[in-house]
Design a protein around this ligand. Structure first.
Ligand SMILES: Nc1ncnc2c1ncn2[C@@H]1O[C@H](COP(=O)(O)OP(=O)(O)O)[C@@H](O)[C@H]1O
Ligand SMILES: [Mg+2]
Length: 466
């Protein structure tokens, strides 16, 4: 447990030492405890009696008290503290042979106890654990409080710092015509953000045209994007405007921009620079007024280095870069997203679920979310169908297909799952290992019985590492 925590004072985050109140009548022990805690980085306050302690207990982050004290004893002190403030962790110290008093103390609301004599090492473990629990409870409290405040922008949910930054950037750039480049893994919300930019712009009444650059085969791409004239190619019976023309005075959303073939990259560059193009089979230059938002789930800089993406186009696109971190890097958004999806999807599944239990949230927060918010949405939807109560609990939440136990897997089962190739199966196993290792590659490699280099090689092949 970090002895220093951050507190907000008038909007500024200030580091502050955690304060521990030591209540011990025996001079020598008091001194030892003080030295130990102070050298661990805590601020220590001392009291010789319970009466003295009560006067300052409310400003302590943790109270460490002896049970046998001169007048009012430790148990009474504990009870008094619980009446004052139920949250402060209180650890009681008691001598061997008086375990009953320790039990009584736990019943009165002690957080933990230490049996004398105890090692300083054990003391630190118990103190750390108590503070950790306290911090968790504070966090939950804060989360609940914030739920009542602003945690979303339109339908985009996010309380984390990077998401707050995303909201601010949307507000800042929406009124302009500046080109925006959204970068982030699949499922982080790029589509949602592109829409928000359009609908907060002066173009909101005009068309928003999405072009998925992966979905269109290369030979059809030019005509899709820029249109064609009658007779431009066999089968072109009529002329047809392309997506850019359809989006005139509106916004074009170029999704998966990293997949645009080189031949089209040149033409995009011209649209971005000059706002002009020609239809296929025509020599009439057309001028348009479009705002471009592009998105990519690849690292475009790597593509630049490999020469598969034009540098000039990259700089034209990257006027306002927005990076949306994967969900596992902003886990504090998970409780809000989960609540959002329960509220949004609940009515459709026709059940009575209103929210998620603390245990449910903990389960959701400890998962790696390779598919990001999209995967979270799917998991919640699936769980809602299974849930019969009013609150989604850990047991209702199925994160993935439960792995079959080794004993159950008979010879017939020991082959590839239906419809998977060996490569896909291997990739699944690698993803699962990464998830279990919480993204730690050395640990994932160990789980798979691979060297770190062998794993890296496979990740590169999967496009997960450059
Ligand atoms: N911050 C968010 N708040 C609410 N829903 C979100 C958020 N991010 C993503 N989603 C939802 O998750 C799904 C995937 O989002 P999408 O924008 O399509 O991701 P991407 O384009 O990055 O793959 C969509 O259903 C979207 O509504
Ligand atoms: Mg998308």
């Amino acid at each position: 447990m970090d002895p220093v925590r951050s507190v907000k004072i008038k909007g500024n985050t200030v580091p502050m030492k955690r304060r521990i109140l030591v209540v011990e009548d025996e001079e020598k022990l008091r001194r030892v405890l003080e030295l130990q805690l102070a050298s661990a980085g805590f601020e220590v306050e001392k009291a010789r009696t319970a009466e003295e302690a009560l006067k300052v207990a409310d400003r302590a982050d943790l109270v460490l008290t002896d049970l046998r004290l001169p007048q009012m004893d430790g148990l009474e002190l504990l009870a008094a503290i619980r009446r004052q403030n139920s949250q402060t962790p209180v650890i009681v110290m008691t001598a061997f042979g008086t375990i009953e008093t320790a039990v009584a103390a736990m019943k009165t609301g002690a957080t933990d106890f230490l049996l004398k004599p105890f090692s300083l090492d054990h003391l630190m473990t118990v103190v750390g654990k108590a503070l950790e629990m306290r911090a968790l409870r504070d966090e939950n409290l804060q989360l609940r409080e914030e739920l009542g405040r602003r945690y979303a922008f339109d339908n985009i949910v996010g309380r984390s710092a990077p998401m707050q930054e995303v909201f601010a950037t949307i507000m800042r750039v929406a009124p302009t015509r500046a080109t925006v480049l959204l970068a982030g893994e699949s499922g982080v919300g790029k589509d949602l953000i592109a829409r928000a930019i359009h609908f907060h712009s002066p173009r909101r009444e005009r068309p928003l045209v999405k072009i998925n650059c992966t979905a269109i085969p290369e030979n059809l791409m030019e005509s899709e994007l820029f249109g064609y004239e009658k007779g431009a190619f066999t089968g072109a019976m009529n002329s047809k405007p392309g997506k850019f023309e359809q989006a005139d005075t509106g916004t074009v959303f170029l999704d998966e921009i990293g997949d645009v073939p080189a031949s089209i990259q040149v033409k995009l560059l011209r649209v971005l620079q000059e706002r002009e193009f020609e239809r296929l089979g025509s020599n009439v230059t057309r001028h348009i007024d479009v705002r471009v938002v592009a998105a990519t789930n690849q690292d475009l800089r790597a593509a630049l280095e490999q020469g598969t993406f034009r540098e000039d186009l990259y700089y034209r696109l990257n006027v306002v870069p927005m990076n949306i971190p994967p969900l596992r890097e902003r886990k504090e958004d998970i409780p809000f997203l989960a609540q959002h999806f329960v509220t949004k999807l609940g009515p459709d599944t026709g059940n009575r679920v209103r929210d998620v239990t603390d245990a449910g949230i903990v389960k959701l927060m400890s998962y790696h979310w390779p598919g990001n918010v999209r995967e979270l949405e799917n998991v919640i939807e699936r769980s809602l169908v299974m849930c019969s109560g009013e609150r989604l609990d850990a047991a209702d939440i199925k994160l993935e297909m439960a792995p079959r136990s080794r004993a159950q897997a008979d010879q017939a089962d020991r082959f590839l799952p239906d419809g998977l190739t060996l490569d896909q199966y291997e990739q699944d196993l690698i993803r699962e290992a990464l998830r279990r290792a919480d993204g730690n590659k050395s640990q994932a490699a160990r789980l798979l019985g691979l060297t770190r280099n062998a794993l890296r090689y496979r990740l590169t092949q999967m496009g997960l590492e450059s």
